[in-house]
Design a protein around this ligand. Structure first.
Ligand code: TTP
Length: 393
């Protein structure tokens, strides 16, 4: 089966992390977010991957090339983000037979994708407490009978999880009218398929839609926990690595370091001396964590540096961020409330008691900067020495 993977989005809700990198290429454990989906499709037997790219599409093309894990990869360019059905339609000239459609920014359990392919026509669904923000599926006798987008009064708790195995004829039904929000939606294609075929719902135990920065942390929590312990880098005898820790070849762990897994220290990265890394933490290529630094449940993108006497908790640091000595991140509110974060101008709850900061690429903090919970620092932002920063900048 061909697998069409949607990766053309602008990722506006995850800014500033998507300012120079498309969201599907943001790091999740040892590979980009979208590679987890592509790998799941290949493991499930996909014989061709068709990637729909658009925003910063070159980065996606550079990563996958024309063949990935022995499977041919082709690309369709979506020039305007006109909706998920429109995205698949840009790839329709190369569709030949039944095809799958997967969101490039969703994490699936790989076994579920295999079940999806085997059950074609089929759609993945996940039970959620309040599905009113999703497409909601109704089912009877083991097949899907209806799908409604974001209903005020959901008929079931089964949310559409954005993974479909379509019969060949669905390629003829991709040209759907724009929805109320002005997009050509794949759920309208699914509605047509549901009217003509018996579509099997595949219920997922676990699923994650990565739309906002803290969901990137959650994606890393999931996939870092799945890695098997492997120590290939240079680790001092005076360092302790506990639990599920991966140190890639070319990474260095200095004396006095304690790493409590799950954690991944990638090639070219260095940790220590005397540093403490804990929780689900990714220290990506060429990032560095120096003397007297504690990093907890965070993502340090390639080239990020926190080199002296600092604390970073529940945070995402973009590429080449530099935190000056003594920079401290607060990740907990005194009233114990959920940390809030600004998404497209609105202050929204992260539903997390602990969340630190999101620093765009190239952010530099002055020494002894204090950063408050839920803070967003845009690409290239700077702070003065000794500043308490409690407003996004
Ligand atoms: P969304 O998450 O709805 O869009 P986005 O990724 O651009 O993020 P944001 O809302 O923060 O701006 O898209 C779901 C998936 O479909 C995602 O993988 C991107 C992809 N997509 C396209 O490829 N083309 C499109 O026209 C749309 C709307 C989405």
């Amino acid at each position: 089966m061909q697998a069409v993977v949607l990766a053309a989005g602008q990722g506006t809700r995850i800014r500033p992390l998507s300012e120079s990198m498309p969201k599907p290429m943001l790091p999740v454990a040892d590979r980009p977010l979208v590679a987890h989906t592509v790998d799941a499709a290949i493991d499930a037997g996909a014989d061709e991957i068709v990637l729909v790219v658009g925003y910063e599409g070159e980065t996606v093309r550079d990563y996958f090339g024309t063949e990935y894990r022995g499977v041919p990869v082709t690309y369709a360019e979506q020039h305007e983000q006109a909706g998920t059905a429109d995205a698949v339609e840009t790839a329709s000239d190369r569709l030949d037979g039944p095809f799958a459609v997967l969101n490039g920014d969703n994490l699936y359990d790989p076994a579920a994708i295999e079940r999806l392919f085997d059950a074609c026509p089929a759609v993945c669904a996940v039970e959620v407490p309040d599905p009113s923000n999703y497409g909601v599926l109704s089912t009877a006798d083991g097949t899907v009978t209806d799908i409604v987008e974001k209903p005020a009064d959901p008929p079931t708790n089964l949310a559409n999880a954005g993974a479909y195995a379509f019969p060949e004829r669905a390629a003829e039904w991709l040209d759907v009218p724009a929805s109320e929000r002005g997009e050509h939606e794949i759920t309208d294609v699914l509605a047509t398929v549901v009217g003509r075929f018996a579509v099997t719902p595949i219920t997922l135990d676990r699923w994650l839609d990565v739309g906002r920065p803290w969901e990137l942390l959650e994606a890393n929590e999931w996939k870092l926990a799945d890695l098997d312990r492997r120590i290939d880098g240079e680790v001092s005898d005076a360092a302790h690595l506990e639990g599920n820790v991966v140190v890639e070849s070319g990474a260095t762990i200095e004396p006095g370091v304690l790493v409590e897994g799950p954690a991944l220290i990638r090639s070219g990265a260095s940790v220590g001396p005397n540093a403490y890394v804990r929780g689900a933490t990714l220290i990506d290529r060429n990032a560095s964590v120096g003397n007297g630094v504690e990093v907890k449940n965070s993502v340090l993108s390639p080239g990020a540096a926190v080199n002296h006497l600092s604390y970073v908790g529940d945070s995402v640091l973009g590429r080449d961020v530099n935190f000056g000595a003594g920079t401290t991140v607060a990740n907990l509110r005194h009233d114990d409330g959920d940390v809030r974060f600004t998404v497209k101008g609105d202050r929204v709850s992260t539903d997390r008691r602990k969340f630190g900061v999101v620093a765009g690429d190239g952010v530099k903090t002055g020494i002894n900067t204090s950063l408050t919970p839920g803070l967003k620092l845009s690409t290239g932002a700077t702070t003065h020495p000794g500043e308490v920063v409690d407003r996004d900048r």
